[in-house]
Design a protein around this ligand. Structure first.
Ligand code: AHG
Ligand code: MN
Ligand code: MN
Ligand code: MN
Length: 336
């Protein structure tokens, strides 16, 4: 009857977070309300992504974002949904989105104490061919609610209160950490609720998969090139690793979290700081990896120790299984 008991004891994400937050005496439910609005945005994007092809939501929006990328219709739509959902929560004071050049300062009457940094739709290049995409977010506390400033955003990842992602794939999966480990929830479309399916996720200490865009090999620096070489032609007699690269960070990181291995977006001669954005891609995924027992490294330092100078700053990133990242750290240390 254990299964039946589990069936009737629905651990929704709201109930799970309320339980967690109730451990903080001063908690007044603000975080849970904020999270519920993020979850609402994800449910909307999940439903839009699922029927994008039918609802003529594929293709370009005809605009260019601050990244110099062609915005897809779903990029713009999901961004608007998240911005509106977060402001209407009444719990945010600053929003940073990949799709907005400047941070959004919420007007005082609707202001709350949280800052949310987010990538509303990650893996946009995969939208039109139906490959998994996602949403990535991080949550900080503002220093002074009466005076939110850009300095509240340009801070190290060590101040993150929580981070997570939602992956729109064969199922809609929400992965979250509020600082006490990582938990995975799956959307039950018949209930419209995210149900706890992967409690206390821990990444394997060592993996058999490496994940990188080999098409950039010509531009890699020596430590990256040496590391990838060691994945293909191991010197210690171990079998070569498998290469898995989806091109959506959320999907590549989710597989790495569950199966182990390493995900890399290295610096290269074309982009000296790599491609992934610190605030809403590198920090949230690095936070989750550390919470799951893995680690995240930039080629120079622990990723969460970075302090971005500008809102859309980028950084190289190597994250995943603890032992695998140790190897790349040793190669960079040797070349320093
Ligand atoms: P976004 O779609 O939010 O702009 O992010 C795309 C990122 C990330 O999802 C992925 O890991 C990376 O771009 C893939 O880049 P390449 O196509 O250069 O490998
Ligand atoms: Mn983009
Ligand atoms: Mn992205
Ligand atoms: Mn994006």
């Amino acid at each position: 009857h254990a299964a039946d008991a589990q069936m009737t004891d629905l651990m929704t994400i709201t109930r799970f977070v309320l339980n967690e937050q109730s451990k903080h005496k001063q908690s007044r439910g603000d975080f849970t309300i904020l999270l519920n609005h993020i979850v609402l945005g994800c449910k909307f994007v999940c439903s839009s992504v699922t029927k994008a092809g039918l609802a003529k939501l594929l293709g370009l929006a005809g605009e260019i974002n601050v990244q110099g990328e062609d915005q897809k219709k779903l990029d713009v739509l999901s961004n608007e949904v998240f911005v509106k959902a977060l402001i209407s929560s009444g719990r945010t004071c600053i929003l940073v989105s990949e799709e907005n050049e400047d941070p959004i300062f919420v007007e005082p009457s609707q202001r709350g104490k949280y800052i949310v940094v987010f990538d509303p739709l990650d893996g946009s290049s995969n939208i039109d061919c139906g490959v998994s995409i996602g949403t990535i977010f991080g949550i900080y506390l503002v220093k002074d609610l009466n005076n939110p400033t850009v300095d509240d955003i340009l801070q190290s990842g060590n101040n993150l209160l929580a981070a997570g992602y939602c992956m729109y794939g064969s199922s809609c999966t929400f992965v979250l950490s509020t600082g006490n480990g990582v938990n995975g929830f799956t959307l039950d479309p018949s209930l419209g609720e995210f149900i706890l399916t992967n409690p206390n996720i821990k990444i394997p200490k060592k993996g058999k998969i490496y994940s990188v865009n080999e098409g950039n090999a010509k531009y890699w620096d020596e430590p990256t090139a040496k590391y990838v070489e060691s994945c293909k032609y191991p010197q210690d007699g171990s079998p070569p690793k498998s290469l898995r690269y989806i091109g959506s960070m959320v999907a590549d990181v989710h597989r790495t979290l569950l199966y182990g291995g390493i995900f890399m977006y290295p610096a290269d001669k074309k982009s000296l700081s790599g491609k992934l954005r610190i605030l809403y891609e590198v920090f949230p995924m690095s936070y989750l990896m550390e919470q799951a027992g893995g680690q995240a490294f930039t080629g120079k330092q622990r990723a969460l120790d970075l302090v971005p100078k500008k809102v859309h700053d980028r950084s190289p990133i190597f994250l995943g299984s603890y032992d695998d990242v140790e190897q790349i750290k040793a190669l960079y240390a040797a070349s320093a």
